[in-house]
Design a binder for this molecule. Structure first.
Ligand code: ATP
Ligand code: MG
Length: 315
């Protein structure tokens, strides 16, 4: 059997965070950053940190924000040969400020940054041929060229006998953009593992209840649904089994990145042939550790760190 290798495609950004809570950026406010970020980048960093072969296709500028990301991803074992460094481009960014109620105000520079023009050509296309699993991030479907690259890589990996996971973390403006429903239905048709969070369960399966939504998704050809429930943990569903595990008890400092680290751990253990309960336990541990650190990628964990959290909460 070929050694498994996970691919994702999408935004590589820096995140710059307001140091005081409040509503947005209409007045001067203290900032801290840059932190390496972007949902697919956080996901793939966590996959790499667990020792699973991993790669990402993206674009950054030849600037400090790009190099912050390249260095972190390389350090954590991610193949960055599919990240094109554009000498004339600028790396994407997200300014984030938490409001008192825990919601977030953002200023994004994604579509018009270097990662707005990702394409699956040359080295990136060859990389797709070498990978056995594709992880699609809903947040990455922000520009037509990126959507095309994601669909192309998904087809290549499926044609080669690989598998696909899909985290539908879509922002509303993405969902309603032209052609998006069609693109999403193509992705869904290829999805083996669907990883929604909360209400995202109902995005493609408008049903009256959770059970009904899950039954519809499993009937459509998806092999398993993994539903993230924040601090309450997560559940796994396939045609034979339903498993729910509570969340680990931790102090939440910064929720950003929890879903991405959770998904990365689940996919890594699933690909390694772990039973769903084990994969779910490690995924819950990865999500829990992610929220204990400020900075979106700072809470990615090693296998030893996940084992330590699991052992600590067992005793
Ligand atoms: P994100 O904000 O990164 O998109 P998400 O909405 O996709 O996250 P969540 O359900 O918020 O996903 O979190 C993913 C997982 O992380 C949860 O299923 C759980 O395992 C873990 N998790 C999140 N928040 C907490 C918390 N406060 N305490 C313990 N575990 C948590
Ligand atoms: Mg999410």
């Amino acid at each position: 059997m070929r050694q498994s290798k996970v691919l994702t495609i999408g935004e590589v950004l820096v995140e710059i965070v307001a140091t005081e809570r409040g509503d947005g950026f209409r007045q001067p406010v203290g900032l801290i950053g840059p932190y390496p970020s972007g949902a697919p980048a956080i996901f793939i960093d966590q996959v790499g940190k667990l020792g699973q072969a991993a790669a990402i296709v993206s674009r950054v500028g030849d600037d400090d924000f790009g190099h912050v990301n390249l260095e972190r991803l390389r350090r954590d074992g991610v193949d960055v040969s599919g990240i094109e460094v554009d000498p004339l481009g600028t790396t994407g960014s997200a300014f984030v400020r938490y409001r008192d109620d825990g919601s977030r105000a953002f200023v994004f520079n994604i579509r018009h940054s270097a990662c707005g023009t990702i394409e699956l050509k040359g080295a990136a296309a060859a990389l797709a041929e070498s990978c056995t699993h594709m992880h699609v991030m809903g947040s990455s479907l922000y520009a037509p060229s990126v959507v095309e690259a994601v669909l192309q890589a998904t087809r290549i990996i499926k044609k080669n006998g690989g598998t696909v996971s899909f985290d539908p973390n879509l922002r509303a403006e993405i969902l309603n953009s032209p052609g998006m429903r069609e693109a999403l239905s193509v992705v869904l048709a290829e999805t083996d593992l669907f990883l929604p969070s909360g209400e995202e369960l109902f995005l493609f399966s408008p049903a009256g209840s959770e059970q009904e939504a899950i039954a519809n998704l499993l009937k459509s050809g998806i092999k398993a649904v993994v539903l993230k429930r924040g601090a309450a943990g997560a559940s796994y569903f396939d045609k034979d089994r339903q498993i729910s595990l509570p969340g680990f008890k931790v102090t939440e400092v910064d929720p950003t990145g929890a879903g991405d680290c959770f998904g990365a751990a689940f996919v890594t253990f699933w690909l390694a042939g772990a039973d769903p309960e084990t994969a779910l336990r490690y995924a819950n541990a990865a999500g829990a550790r992610a929220v204990t650190r400020s900075g979106p990628m700072e809470g990615a964990s090693t296998r030893a760190e996940l084992d330590a959290l699991i052992a600590e909460q067992r005793s």
